[in-house]
Write a protein that binds this ligand. Structure first.
Ligand code: PM9
Length: 481
């Protein structure tokens, strides 16, 4: 079943008198509480951006009009989740909210053991430390910043085994997150030791692109032959399930909940940032099927996160996450969530703006290479575009190009990713269609002024995950492309 396209030509009933055959979807909720946001002047935004070193991560949120930096921890919780907050059992050990969370994870993700963590990277840290030894190789379907950092920090080399189409912003492959099985088998054959295969769904850095069920099954079979476990990054696995339902033959009639459970069954455990799919502002977990490995993780979590029945979260936060999981797997929720992203993406395409296609699950990705075809990658086209977008109307986005890719941990040289993107990330249940229209019009205004952009130079580069805190200055004249 393809989700109903959000951009449609309305039927003029007055002139045609014809039967209305358009049937729109709408969000399965209404708004109970609002948070004011304010517009700023161009002059105010110029001052704010200068003070932030042209890095949208360093802006104050009160200087932002529409905040599309991330979908991480920015969701609106439901009244049922807020009611759960009042039922927080803040016992140091054995909180009943932990057991609710364990039930929800076992019911919907199907893994045996749950180790809560403060957020996704806490789980990545523990998993990397208990499974990776120096000199190991970890293959994965495109890197993610924090995931690769923790793998490398534990002494592994990350090898990208995603299909080639993932690196092509105009390829219409319906499952651009898929693992290339030949590439994976080569690594499994040649590497001295592979502690696990890292499978992420959806694939954030490729544009929120999904992995098919058939591919997950094939990865499982291959890894079973080589006796290598598969570890899932389940951060947006429910969105991935929606894409399987919408695009993979045979899954039209299945629910997201059923698809999620089957998908997870092809893996041996997962790291999870609950701040995305699970509709909470903070929280995460590590799940494992292997009891011995889970004991190791429980032992390590007490050093870095907290006791194994809270892992850095308050009881109330675990309750909100348990309830968020239940809400996240509802088909109607997913239809509206992915449908809103698709609405923005199709609107931008209708204006001729270059975006990554197909439109992803949590964000629309602007293709900065096609925006600024003559700007060299060393002048940071995506960082420049993100800055220009903020200056135009106060819309905050995130760079996902050369700055995010960082440096090779062995050689110290810059990675030069094929994809040079700006992410317009849609928080869940937060903005309306009217906000999406404002965003699209601002992107178009920036696109029309594209010849004026000169690029940036980096003036401060932190050692780790530089995109969070790097600072830039505008280039005075255009760098030669
Ligand atoms: N993702 C995002 O904005 C948060 C900030 S950017 C590092 O997309 C995946 C696929 C993620 C992710 C965070 C994490 C880490 C793991 N995997 O932020 O630590 O998209 O909860 O999760 C961000 P935490």
């Amino acid at each position: 079943m393809k989700p109903q396209s959000p951009v449609q030509t309305p039927i003029n009933l007055r002139t045609t008198g014809q039967q209305l055959h358009r049937r729109s979807w709408a969000e399965p909720w209404k708004i109970k509480m609002v948070e004011p946001i304010k517009k700023t002047t161009r002059r105010q935004r110029e001052a704010a951006l200068g003070a932030a070193g042209y890095n949208t991560f360093l802006l104050r949120s009160e200087d932002v009009y529409i905040d599309l930096l991330t979908d991480s921890g920015t969701s609106a919780m439901s009244d049922w989740q807020w009611a759960g907050i009042m039922l927080g059992d803040e016992a140091y050990a054995g909180s009943k909210n932990y057991y609710h969370l364990e039930d929800a994870v076992q019911k919907h993700y199907g893994f045996k053991h749950l180790i809560p963590t403060h957020q996704g990277r806490g789980a990545e840290h523990i998993l990397s430390q208990i499974m990776i030894r120096p000199g190991d190789t970890v293959p994965g379907n495109m890197y993610f910043t924090t995931t690769r950092y923790h793998q490398e920090h534990a002494g592994a080399k990350f090898v990208d085994v995603i299909i080639d189409e993932a690196h092509d912003p105009v390829s219409l492959h319906p499952f651009k997150g898929n693992v290339d099985l030949a590439k994976l088998e080569r690594v499994l054959k040649e590497a001295a030791h592979v502690p696990y295969v890292s499978l992420a769904v959806t694939v954030n850095m490729a544009g929120g692109q999904p992995v098919s069920m058939a591919n997950a099954r094939a990865v499982r079979e291959l890894c079973t032959r080589y006796e290598v476990p598969v570890m899932l990054d389940a951060t947006r696995a429910v969105e991935n399930a929606w894409f399987i339902k919408a695009r993979e033959p045979g899954f039209e009639g299945r629910t997201c909940a059923e698809i999620l459970k089957e998908f997870c069954s092809y893996t041996d455990g997962c790291t999870m940032s609950g701040k995305k799919d699970a509709l909470v502002n903070i929280g995460g977990w590590l799940s494992l099927n292997d009891g011995k490995l889970a004991d190791k993780a429980r032992n390590m979590v007490v050093i870095y996160e907290g006791l194994h029945t809270y892992g850095g979260m308050a009881g109330r936060d675990m309750e909100a996450m348990a309830r968020g999981i239940e809400e996240s797997v509802e088909d109607e929720h997913m239809r509206a969530r992915v449908g809103q992203v698709e609405y923005l993406g199709e609107l931008l395409q209708s204006y001729g703006v270059p975006v990554v296609v197909p439109i992803g699950g949590h964000a629309v990705y602007l293709d900065a290479r096609r925006f600024y075809p003559n700007m060299p990658q060393d002048s940071f086209p995506a960082q420049t575009l993100s800055a220009e977008l903020y200056l135009d109307a106060g819309v905050r986005s995130m760079e996902r190009g050369i700055v995010s890719a960082g440096r090779d941990s062995a050689t110290g040289k810059n990675h030069y990713p094929k994809l040079e993107l700006v992410r317009l990330t849609i928080p869940r249940r937060v903005y309306t269609q009217a906000h999406m229209d404002v965003v699209a019009e601002s992107v178009v205004a920036v696109y029309q002024q594209k010849v004026k952009a000169k690029g940036l130079k980096m003036v401060y580069e932190p050692e780790y995950l530089r995109f969070f805190q790097a600072r830039f200055e505008p280039l005075k004249s255009k760098a030669k492309g």
